[in-house]
Design a protein around this ligand. Sequence first.
Ligand code: FA5
Length: 343
Amino acid sequence: MVREIDELREAAIGAINTASDLKSLEELRVLYAGRRSRLREILSGIGQLSAEERPVVGQAAGKAQREIDSALDKRQLALQDLAEQADALDVTLPGRRGHRGRKHPLTAMTDELVDVLRSMGFAVADGPEVDDEFHNFDALNTPADHPARDEHDTFYLDDGHLLRTHTSTVQIRVMENQPPPVRVISQGRCYRKETVDATHHMVFHQIEGLYVDEGVSLAELKGTLTTLGRQVMGDQTEIRFRPHFFPFTEPSVEFDFSCSICSGDGHAGGGRCRVCKGTGWIEIGGAGMVDPNVFRSVGYDAEKYTGFAFGFGIERVAMIRYGIDDIRLFFESDLRFTRQFGG
Ligand code: FA5
């Protein structure tokens, strides 16, 4: 009888797996698992078998029933899927045109800036957006009582980490991992607890540059930023340094590009230039010569090496370049805005 059960099981599963539609599957369900099926007949007759036969036949019949039920369920799901797909596919409908995407204006701007800096010999480095106080502040000569470390300015996480407030963290990570000379850029998201307005956001993007070697000078910093400005904003662009303070550079400057909209004379469209507000200059970012204390924190010989660093907001450059007057537009994912830019 066990042989009969095995043969029955094999025949049933073979037929179920090749059933071509739901109707024939239903017929197989009645035949192999219905109330009048042979398997049910065997199961209900087990009581009449001898004590030795009973467990052997019972086990084989139970197993066969479970396997047949499971094959029936599986085949039913597969056939239902097929039926749905067939309903969904109407080969007589006209085709749909695919939409071609384009780069977000910030991505397009970033790619362009990175390309120019790479052509000047800078390699691209990367660093984490979630970092620690050492890389964001301490190693950058920013002491615990510095205002930038205030809870009002920085997003701190419960475990003592923070969302980096600038890409200068990557300067430290690169110098920790390689000896001079170093010539790298890094770009990415930064976070500050800012009140959002037309020129400030809580999430924004920076590009950082770092060049360390023997005898690097401020003149080279100026040359690098002038070349960058001219490549991105146009050949006539001038650069201006204004004295400033950053804990990690000495001397420190803020740098401006001459306004590309009014060519630096402060007038455009018959009135005061809207972009530079009539000043002829646009503030781009911060820069300076790397402070010797920063070199000491990463184990560089501060007597032997000098270097420059710079950092600026990518949104700010993109706003001037594309004539965008509100930083919030970058982050609203409104296709009517993003479709106007990018390649
Ligand atoms: C810094 O972040 C320095 N790490 C830059 C630096 C690097 C100086 C290397 C010296 C050497 P600052 O806080 O000024 O500096 O920010 C630099 C630029 O980031 C600003 O000029 C601006 O373009 C941009 N930026 C800063 N905060 C925001 C914000 N909330 N929204 C949009 N852009 C911002």
